[in-house]
Design a protein around this ligand. Structure first.
Ligand SMILES: Cc1cc2nc3c(=O)[nH]c(=O)nc-3n(C[C@H](O)[C@H](O)[C@H](O)COP(=O)(O)OP(=O)(O)OC[C@H]3O[C@@H](n4cnc5c(N)ncnc54)[C@H](O)[C@@H]3O)c2cc1C
Length: 310
């Protein structure tokens, strides 16, 4: 297949999501990236939730314990982009925001300024912004009230305990702290009630120097009602979002991207079965999402101040 990748921003650009689940390793291997980046690894998380703080290990197998990654997204995303380029993907970056071309009820490609790029399939990987959803009558199904995560970075001398990410329940929400680099910490806070006053860095980090602004992100739980349809697929956050306590948004983005590539190949060899492929992809995505929603609701029910909607 001939593939073009349209990226609006020049790299390196900021994205949150530096703590990667160990299950990402075999996927990166399949994509031809063999964790050659130097980064911090961890065996699990400290979780202080419905009792004393406990260490939750990832587990392991005959080859040893599974280890998560702490890596700056700019580094990971640059590697993914380089790999795509090496495989022959045409990378157009930075690009103006494209507009879809429709032919009957199909998405038939995109226009980029004066240029028309026709395509058998347009993949929307634009993140929570949902580029395609703004152009087609695709709806979000809501699975939570509005949730806003606030996050930031700070640097300085901190205790070695931060080598392992930690999740703490606080009144009506939670805090997450993870070390991204030798002297850099990431923090995220989420309040179950989005109308409450915005929070700053956790008190335990107040002695450190803030790096960059405090940012906010809409992490309300939601799922597209038609992630794959004639001529298009939505993947990653463009298809489904959970708040970061689910802890594997990047893994899900990679998995759905790879599943989408398979679905496109299936449609190519079996054009008459396209609707079956659409149904299969949509059911797969829905089931994955529902399992994550069930697990996260159960986790929130065990919170000392559980949200009523859980
Ligand atoms: C505070 C916070 C902390 C998080 N922590 C973690 C974590 O520790 N671990 C984890 O696994 N996940 C985490 N997540 C979730 C994770 O960030 C997302 O699930 C993940 O980034 C989704 O990847 P994506 O590729 O779908 O979208 P994105 O990472 O958002 O990438 C979308 C890309 O599309 C580009 N784009 C957007 N619009 C256009 C357009 N119109 N034209 C061209 N290009 C466009 C953007 O520039 C961007 O490069 C966190 C999320 C938040 C908000």
């Amino acid at each position: 297949m001939q593939v073009a990748l349209l990226e609006r921003e020049t790299f390196a650009r900021h994205r949150p999501g530096e703590t990667l689940h160990p299950a990402i390793e075999p996927l990166l291997g399949q994509l031809g990236i063999h964790s050659e980046f130097v980064c911090l690894r961890h065996l699990g998380h400290w979780v202080q939730w419905d009792g004393a703080a406990r260490f939750v290990e990832f587990g392991g197998d005959g080859a040893g314990p599974w280890r998560g990654f702490q890596i700056e997204r700019a580094v990971l995303d640059a590697q993914l982009l380089d790999r795509a380029g090496a495989l022959g993907v045409q990378i157009i970056q930075p690009c103006a925001s494209p507009t879809i071309i429709q032919a009957g009820n199909r998405v038939a490609g995109v226009t980029l300024g004066a240029e028309r790029c026709l395509a058998a399939c347009v993949v929307d990987a634009s993140g929570g912004h949902g580029w395609l959803r703004r152009q087609l009558p695709i709806q979000w199904q809501a699975f939570s009230p509005r949730l806003i995560a606030r996050y930031g970075y700070c640097q300085g001398e901190f205790e070695p305990g931060y080598d392992t990410p930690r999740l703490n329940a606080v009144k009506d929400g939670w805090q997450w702290i993870a070390r991204v680099d030798t002297h850099l910490l990431h923090w995220t806070t989420l309040n179950f009630d989005s109308s409450s006053a915005p929070t700053g860095a956790p008190d335990t980090l107040k002695h450190l120097t803030p790096v960059g602004p405090i940012r906010g992100a809409d992490v309300s739980w939601r799922l597209s009602d038609a992630p794959m349809g004639p001529g298009y697929i939505q993947v990653g956050d463009a298809a489904a979002i959970l708040d970061p306590a689910s802890s594997h948004g990047v893994l899900k983005a990679l998995m759905s991207g790879m599943q989408a590539a398979q679905a496109i190949a299936d449609c190519h060899v079996w054009p008459g079965g396209e609707h079956v492929v659409h149904q299969h992809f949509n059911t797969w995505l829905h089931n994955q999402f529902q399992a994550d929603v069930d697990a996260l609701r159960q986790f929130y029910r065990a919170h000392p101040w559980p949200p009523s909607w859980a």
